[in-house]
Design a protein around this ligand. Structure first.
Ligand SMILES: [Zn+2]
Length: 203
């Protein structure tokens, strides 16, 4: 799964540092100790540098499989980045989780039929902590990201024409979705907006 990321890194030196950070992010994320950490400011989801309004999508297509990795500042999805403290905030986390799980509404393939094989999504760092925060106001300095990963198998990937990406239809705070894609030996980058949200792949 990481092979294609390495491919991107080879040609996109600008993203090298970011990709490295994501690698370590993944590592930390699976560390039970880090996940259980009670202070969000020190959690593995805390990214010092991310820009609200921008999110990243990495799409890798090869051998009948389309892998999609989405990473966004939590603010783009739920409007805040601290663990939910009120029923309203809890509801926003749940709604984002439901929408991100609804892969059919987010990704529409043209030219081939694709079926979801695996999906992983974790918003647990934003879930209600059950703690009384009155004495510990949440710092606005806290930043956290949300990541989602999808893998589809497609019956005729060689015939794929485009992928319509609807993330910005539902998450209006994502002004720019930076898409990096790899399709066999081709690759490219495109910035999508709510109005222009189709990744064209026809050859
Ligand atoms: Zn932030």
């Amino acid at each position: 799964m990481r092979q294609w990321l390495s491919l991107l890194m080879l040609s996109q030196t600008v993203t090298l540092a970011m990709a490295g950070e994501q690698q370590s992010h993944h590592h930390d994320h699976h560390d039970a100790g880090a996940a259980a950490h009670s202070n969000p400011a020190h959690s593995s989801h805390n990214h010092a540098a991310h820009t609200h309004g921008i999110a990243d999508l990495r799409v890798a297509m090869s051998e009948g499989v389309v892998e999609i990795e989405f990473e966004s500042p939590a603010a783009n999805l739920i409007g805040f980045e601290h663990p939910a403290q009120t029923p309203q905030e809890q509801q926003r986390v749940r709604a984002a989780e439901e929408r991100l799980s609804d892969h059919d509404s987010l990704f529409q393939f043209k030219g081939t039929q694709c079926t979801l094989e695996t999906m992983s999504l974790d918003l647990s760092h934003l879930a209600y902590s059950g703690e009384d925060h009155e004495d510990h106001p949440v710092s606005s300095e806290v930043h956290s990201n949300v990541m989602a990963h999808y893998a589809f198998t497609c019956d005729a990937l060689e015939a794929i024409e485009s992928i319509s990406i609807e993330l910005q239809t539902y998450f209006k705070q994502i002004e720019t979705l930076k898409v990096m894609w790899v399709y066999d030996h081709h690759q490219g980058q495109i910035n999508l907006t709510e109005k222009r949200h189709t990744l064209s792949l026809g050859r």
